[in-house]
Design a protein. Structure first.
Length: 188
């Protein structure tokens, strides 16, 4: 089995989190991609986030109709920040025969040298960088670079608009995610 792993805060999950992963799944022939919402992101310690269970629920809602895309609560079960190397080791134990692929946005890839145990990541999974066309992200070695069409959506813009009582940009959020955000008044 070819298994992709895609982590993040998903605060909230939007089409910029789904469309590139859907395309990567097809391009790489991945059987499934697992989204890993993190409860305590180590690189965003001071940012206020929607509750972890709410972010997980939004990921589930956004992926309901997406073939081969799933959510997993693993990083929500830790009482501390989740580190990618440990997450990959967990999935290596859970799926010992899987060909693991770690999907990263270009911004995350550029921050890799600041991550705990980052040099071990290529031993644990194939690194796949989801890059925008024309971006200056240099990859080398066994790192796979997939050029993705730009998706002009920003979670911070969505949160700001929702906090101001405005609608998010059209099509930015799955309708069920938008209903959930409104029902629980997540960003006000």
């Amino acid at each position: 089995m070819k298994l992709g792993l895609f982590g993040g805060t998903f605060d909230p999950i939007h089409r910029g989190h789904v469309e590139p992963v859907r395309a990567a799944r097809r391009a790489l022939g991945l059987d499934r991609v697992v989204y890993l919402p993190t409860a305590l992101p180590p690189h965003k310690p001071k940012r206020e986030l929607a509750p972890a269970h709410a972010r997980y629920a939004m990921v589930e809602l956004a992926l309901l109709g997406e073939e081969g895309l799933y959510a997993d609560p693993y990083e929500l079960t830790l009482d501390r920040p989740a580190y990618t190397a440990e997450t990959l080791e967990h999935f290596r134990r859970a799926w010992p025969d899987a060909d693991l692929h770690l999907l990263l946005g270009a911004d995350s890839y550029l921050e890799l040298p600041t991550w705990r145990r980052w040099r071990e990541l290529p031993e644990l999974a194939r690194i796949v960088v989801l890059a925008r066309p024309g971006s200056d992200v240099e990859t080398g070695g066994d790192v796979i670079r997939l050029e993705q069409p730009p998706v002009n959506v920003s979670a911070s813009e969505i949160r700001a608009r929702l906090a101001a009582g405005q609608d998010p940009p059209p099509g930015a959020l799955h309708p069920l995610v938008l209903d959930y955000v409104r029902k629980y008044d997540l960003y006000r």
